[in-house]
Write a protein that binds this ligand. Structure first.
Ligand code: ADP
Ligand code: MG
Length: 452
């Protein structure tokens, strides 16, 4: 601990504040105003000890960019101020409060405040209805969502949303949650991936104390359960979920579920669950068409407080055909590129930049890059050891072999130590869920992908 007494704490806090303010002033001189405002103004030095500075950022996006793009600028300004050779670290502190005089110039994304609730709803502040573009692929799901917001528990219960990766299932589901909370901030609403439910159940069973678990889930007013396909084939979890579902549903509580398939297509999902899930309204969300992709591109660009030329936008809308998550990823890259060239506009998008074709990656290359990234031997990565770190690395490698190299499940299983295709499917689903719900995992995977 670096703080010993309250008096000392005040003294150090003041000093740290001044030190950071001076560092920021120095950075202001060397950076373009837009870059400064977006990436630097809303950071805060929170700990400084032994030449090691910890700088807090609002979200993982900022922390990542500051680390990747602006580390050396931060460091030289900070070293100048302290006259020392320092190591900087960027951390995420979501509730970071920083007074800036010119807050109007900052990106709207960074200003957003989640609806207040003293209940832990787990809703991501970004997944709101205002941020959701409605088009041909999701207008039916959107209309149903509106009806649920108007009449939770009555309009459609359960509401089952299914569709491929990155089409906006989680976003729409959480947007409903935000709207319900806006109407009634006391509503006990909870978003959770089905996997979290499963893991908590297993821990409760292990500790032989299942009642707190039951109370936690059965006393809610609305549950948003993401990627319910996860529970397929898992007997205990299905059993417990069935009872949780009934307890809520019977009392008119709203249940919303998402999945990558419709209920009847989920293998090894008990019939009684299939029929419960189909008892309300089942809708699917498809990949966006050109018009919708164009609207999404314009909306995302605006969110980032940057502009795009008409030509660049339509070029991207034509080429970025995979899913909305990929569109976002590419725009983020382009936005950073423009800002780092002191431009506030995305133009000049070339074919080369369009990710319509995946890099021609060989499976061996991906495996060796992953092994290097996780600092383990290729043999261990492709081996059979059940050490936790190795398993995580193996799951991520499997996920990347499937998504980046498009290898079939069977082949991935063969390469990663002779696993059968169901365990690879399980690994894929697990990482996919993590990727969608955990910004740290997403960052890690993006970072790993950038080294391919
Ligand atoms: P899924 O759950 O279907 O895999 P997500 O809901 O996680 O997809 O969406 C992936 C990304 O794309 C998210 O960052 C989300 O905000 C964005 N997105 C998805 N659909 C839309 C939409 N209709 N409008 C704006 N952004 C969207
Ligand atoms: Mg999702």
């Amino acid at each position: 601990m670096w703080i010993t007494t309250p008096v000392f704490e005040v003294y150090i806090t003041m000093d740290i504040e001044r030190l950071w303010k001076n560092t920021q002033e120095e950075l202001k001189v060397v950076m373009a105003p837009a870059v400064f405002q977006t990436f630097v103004a809303k950071t805060q030095l929170v700990v400084y000890k032994d030449n090691h500075a910890t700088i807090a950022c609002h979200n993982a996006y900022l922390a990542d960019i500051n680390l990747k793009r602006y580390y050396s600028l931060f460091k030289s300004a900070f070293d100048n101020q302290t006259k020392l050779d320092n190591i900087l670290e960027f951390i995420v502190q979501e509730n970071l409060k920083i007074e800036t005089k010119d807050s109007s110039a900052s990106a709207p994304l960074l200003n957003y405040q989640a609806p207040k609730s003293n209940y832990s709803h787990n809703l991501h502040p970004k997944y709101t209805l205002e941020n959701l573009v409605v088009g041909n692929s999701n207008n039916f799901a959107y209309a149903a969502a509106q009806a649920i917001i108007a009449n939770p528990g009555l309009a459609y219960n359960p509401f089952f949303i299914w569709g491929g990766v990155g089409v906006g299932k989680t976003h729409l589901m959480q947007a409903i949650g935000h709207e319900l909370l806006k109407k009634n901030p006391d509503l006990k609403i909870k978003y959770f991936p089905a996997e979290t439910f499963g893991n908590e159940l297993i821990s409760a069973l292990k500790s032989k104390n299942i009642n707190p678990f039951k109370d936690k889930y059965r006393n809610l007013d609305c549950i948003l359960v993401d990627d319910i396909q996860f529970i397929a084939g898992k007997e205990y979890i299905q059993e417990e979920f069935f009872h949780t579902f009934n307890a809520l549903h019977m009392n008119g509580k709203q249940v919303i579920l998402t999945s990558d398939r419709k209920p009847s297509d989920i293998d090894r999902l008990e019939d009684r669950l299939v029929s419960r899930f189909m008892g309300g309204l089942t809708v699917d969300i498809q990949l966006p068409d050109y018009e919708m992709r164009l609207a999404i591109i314009n909306q995302k660009v605006e969110e980032k407080n940057i502009q795009i030329t008409k030509e660049a936008a339509s070029y991207l809308a034509e080429h970025l055909t995979s899913n909305i998550r990929d569109i976002e990823g590419k725009l983020q890259e382009l936005a950073i590129q423009s800002l780092s060239q002191n431009k506030k506009i995305i133009d000049n998008v070339s074919l080369e930049m369009a990710p319509s074709s995946k890099k021609n990656l060989s499976p061996r290359h991906v495996i060796s890059v992953c092994a290097k990234f996780f600092n383990i031997k290729t043999g261990d990565l492709c081996g059979t050891s059940r050490k936790k770190d190795l398993i995580v690395a193996r799951h991520i490698t499997a996920y990347l072999l499937l998504t980046e190299v498009d290898l079939p499940l069977k082949e991935v299983g063969y390469l990663l130590g002779g696993k059968d295709h169901t365990s690879i499917m399980h690994a894929r689903d697990k990482i996919h869920t993590e990727f969608s719900t955990n910004p740290q995992t997403r960052l890690l995977i993006e970072r790993l992908k950038s080294t391919f």
